[in-house]
Design a binder for this molecule. Structure first.
Ligand code: KIV
Ligand code: ZN
Length: 528
């Protein structure tokens, strides 16, 4: 029947990992990634063993199209998938973007629940025709077609069976059953997959996927329940990034399958030692910090604070640890580097932390490393990670660049003098404010007037001690567009201005990005 990359028979004891960090994850308000960042993340996902990478939504914008095309051309082992609504124009554009991937996949979807049928004004029968026509069209272009029933969980069961049967007959080889609004519970998640496998003709010939959102904090549990019932593809994102409360976290389902293989005997192809590095990179490029107590990748996930726990772990690690830090790539030795460390040592340390740098990138980072080592005696892994965040977030090609800053603060009042370039032209401003950070942000506004509103300003010490670097994160909003910026420095005010300017640079990029119908959830389906 189909010549798709994966067959139902091959996945009897395997679960395919479908990562949608670059599509559903990037839909998180403020999580916009640059072209280069998307390419880098896709490369890391491919190396880690992700089976399918959803690289973007090609019709959403020229930027999305360009990123998906380049990711497709550079793919090695992973299937590269693009998203498209249920119309020919979307599907054609998607195919154009992914066609040069060694293993391309078209993913097309339509909202099937009564609420979505109301929006699209399609009757049940008209929607069946639409699904048949669009999946057939996609199959004429590409051997590997995935079809999704958006809001499947809130779709009438009989109708869900009809739409799934239609998509299978038209040639879809993967059928995705999304819990679009994070509404389901594990029992129901399993029951729906089981029902489809029992009732839909041809269901045993396709792979069922589960795609859960985390609005009730159930995404991981719901995904695993679907697998136990017969789903063989989990759709997820790194750090659970995604709209609202996010998507299923890749690291959680993969480690759950690894740790509890006694109960869930299904293999994945994921090299789990690459998880921590990917988590850090996604957090850096998306500007979304990982909460300290986040399962698997949170800073505290392997910390034992209480005496009883520490004692137990020292005697036998299994007392309080169900997995080892090394399983997810946390290196146990955090040996400090300093101003006498050379380029080779820095390269090797960065490589341990998962950063493989080209010669010119290493040169740039080495200069920054030396500058930091002059100010800070001991440089720990966390300092290097912060340094890399800073290098990635603030680059020489940015429209706005901070050149020089002096701040006066104390009981007499606060003022700032700032020099910045805007498109290479130098400007300066002297301002006052309610505190040093306010004074500096006012200086940026004087040089580059903007209407964006600061929604969040957050400072975190990277390591301990008064000479520790501070990582500053900011979130800003302009006309519904949300952007984030982050920067690190031993000088908190300098980190603050760099983070603020970084967010403005992202906003400039977002303004340039034209997104005609980019909102996946507010789609119109008037015609194919
Ligand atoms: O949550 C959802 O329903 C989606 C679809 C586009 C698959 O992301
Ligand atoms: Zn989704």
């Amino acid at each position: 029947m189909t010549k798709s990359t994966f067959s139902a028979a091959q996945t009897a004891d395997r679960v395919l990992i479908f990562d949608t960090t670059l599509r559903d994850g990037e839909q998180s308000p403020g999580a916009t990634m640059s072209h280069a960042e998307k390419l880098e993340i896709a490369g890391l996902l491919d190396d880690m063993g992700v089976d399918i990478i959803e690289a973007g939504f090609p019709i959403a914008s020229e930027g999305d199209f360009a990123a998906v095309s380049e990711i497709a051309k550079n793919a090695r082992n992973s299937v590269i998938c693009g998203l498209s609504r249920a119309n020919y124009k979307d599907i054609d554009r998607c195919w154009e973007a992914i066609r040069f991937a060694p293993k391309p996949r078209i993913h097309t979807f339509i909202g099937t629940s009564p609420l979505h049928r109301d929006i699209t004004k399609l009757s049940q029968d008209d929607m069946i025709t639409r699904i048949h026509d669009t999946v057939t069209h996609a199959r004429n272009l590409c051997d590997d077609v995935q079809w999704s029933a958006m809001d499947a969980i809130r779709t009438e069961r009989d109708y869900l069976c009809r739409v799934v049967e239609t998509a299978i007959k038209a040639g879809a080889s993967t059928i995705n059953i999304p819990d679009t609004v994070g509404y389901t519970l594990p029992t129901e998640s399993a029951e729906i997959i089981q029902m489809l496998l029992e009732r839909v003709p041809g269901a045993d010939q396709v792979i069922f996927a589960t795609h859960c959102h985390n609005d009730l904090g159930m995404a991981t549990a719901n995904s695993l329940a679907a697998v136990a019932a017969g789903a063989r593809q989990i759709e997820c994102t790194i750090n659970g990034l995604g709209e609202r409360a996010g998507n299923t976290a890749l690291e959680e389902v993969v480690m759950a399958l690894k740790v509890r293989k006694d109960l869930m005997p299904y293999q994945t192809r994921i090299d789990t030692t690459k998880i921590m590095n990917l988590s850090r990179r996604v957090s850096q490029v998306s500007g979304f910090p990982v909460q300290f107590n986040k399962a698997i990748v949170g800073k505290n996930a392997f910390l034992h604070e209480s005496g009883i726990h520490q004692d137990g772990v020292l005697k036998n690690v299994e007392t309080f640890e169900i997995m080892r830090p090394a399983d997810i790539g946390i290196t146990e030795t955090n040996i400090a580097m300093g101003k006498h460390s050379g380029r080779a040592a820095l390269r090797s340390k960065l490589s341990d932390l998962g950063y493989e740098l080209a010669e010119n990138q290493l040169n740039d980072v080495f200069v920054r490393f030396k500058a930091l080592a002059d100010r800070k005696k001991e440089i720990y892994d966390e300092d290097l990670t912060a340094l890399m965040t800073d290098s990635a977030a603030n680059t020489d090609s940015d429209v706005l660049q901070v050149k020089w800053l002096r701040v006066v603060c104390g009981s007499e009042g606060q003022s700032a003098s700032l020099k910045m370039t805007v498109n290479g032209v130098e400007h300066s401003a002297e301002t006052v404010g309610d505190g040093p950070v306010d004074a500096v942000f006012n200086a940026v506004k004087a040089i580059f007037p903007h209407a964006a509103r600061l929604q969040l300003y957050q400072v975190q010490a990277v390591t301990e001690g008064t000479d520790a670097q501070a990582t500053v994160s900011v979130r800003m909003e302009e006309n519904g567009r949300i952007v984030t910026g982050s920067a690190a420095d031993t000088d908190t005010i300098l980190a603050s201005v760099k983070a603020y300017v970084g967010a403005l640079n992202r906003l400039i990029l977002r303004r340039e990005k034209t997104a005609p119908d980019a909102d996946v959830k507010g789609v119109s389906y008037k015609s194919v």
